[in-house]
Design a protein around this ligand. Structure first.
Ligand code: NDP
Length: 267
């Protein structure tokens, strides 16, 4: 039936072998200018990979580039702008010729509006970034992703497991991300391209600091609900990203990995 992945494609024995002739990966991180995306970019660069960051904030990008030295290229791109995304991936193709890993990380939080007060322009803008942006980046990356061996890693959220009021827009966008992971896992598995979602719990990032400053979240309350008693660090997500995109994870496809200090395990 249609729910099952097709059985034709690359023989299993050929899947997961290191395809690149060079001993580094070409890694694209959307929203890599700060927070979780930046930690992921730095973790790959630290092990010698070539990182391309797509982000819309120039100032933060400059800081990131300085930290990463010549292993990082950053491009100013709004992930909701289809032509900008197409152009960015064309530039990456010219520079590197291939993509081994795509991390769809760029996203915005919603405004914690009761649904009756939700504004359609804001809602559509959020979906354009959080969901459509990941679709567009995946489409463009797949045109020259390493096959077999490429990996698309989507950053989801525990919100798809634990619905929080009033985060309906963000939660719905991240539920879409989870299903994008699972559907593309089925679609691209035969080509030897893997998918995974990391679902972070609350992680100390500039984005979360802004939510705290505006009173939208209270990290004291949050801490009490996390079995490990503390918010996570961006590096906790980067460590999971390095594992999930490595050959050590070569049989993990379509999985959602919660990195949340046990929050979802205990609800
Ligand atoms: P931050 O807001 O700290 O950083 C997100 C980065 O993405 C920023 O540099 C931001 O740029 C960029 N970005 C946003 N929109 C766009 C766009 N349209 N085009 C290009 N870049 C864009 O977020 P976090 O690091 O906290 O979150 C990263 C990911 O992790 C997101 O997918 C988030 O939903 C997810 N997540 C985070 C959690 C947390 O607790 N931190 C919990 C669960 C999930 P700019 O500064 O211009 O906005």
């Amino acid at each position: 039936g249609e729910a099952h992945p097709p059985v034709s494609g690359t023989p299993a024995a050929e899947l997961g072998k290191p395809a690149p002739s060079d001993n580094f990966k070409v890694v694209v991180v959307t929203g890599g200018g700060r927070g979780i995306g930046k930690a992921i970019a730095m973790a790959f660069a630290a092990k010698g990979d070539k990182v391309v960051i797509l982000d819309r904030d120039e100032t933060e990008l400059c800081e990131t580039e300085k930290a990463l030295g010549d292993r990082c290229l950053s491009l100013k791109v709004d992930m909701a702008d289809e032509q900008a995304v197409i152009d960015a991936f064309a530039a990456i193709k010219t520079l590197h010729g291939r993509i081994d890993v795509l991390i769809n990380n760029a996203a915005i939080a919603d405004r914690f509006m009761p649904v009756e007060e939700q504004d359609s322009a804001y809602l559509m803008g959020l979906l354009d970034i959080n969901l459509t942006g990941a679709f567009l980046a995946s489409r463009e990356a797949l045109r020259f992703m390493t096959k077999p061996g490429g990996v698309i890693l989507n950053i989801g959220s525990i919100n798809t497991f634990l619905p929080f009021a009033p985060r309906h827009a963000y939660g719905a966008s991240k539920a879409g991300i989870d299903m994008l992971t699972r559907c593309l896992a089925a679609e691209l598995g035969p080509d030897g391209i893997r998918l995974a979602t990391i679902a972070p719990g609350y992680i100390r990032t500039p984005g979360v600091a802004a939510l705290e400053a505006s009173g939208s979240i209270d990290s004291g309350k949050i801490r009490r609900r996390i079995p490990m008693g503390e918010l996570g660090k961006p590096e906790d997500i980067a460590d999971a990203a390095i594992f999930l995109t490595s050959d050590d994870a070569s049989y993990i496809n379509g999985a959602i990995l919660y990195v949340d200090g046990g929050w979802t395990a205990f609800g």
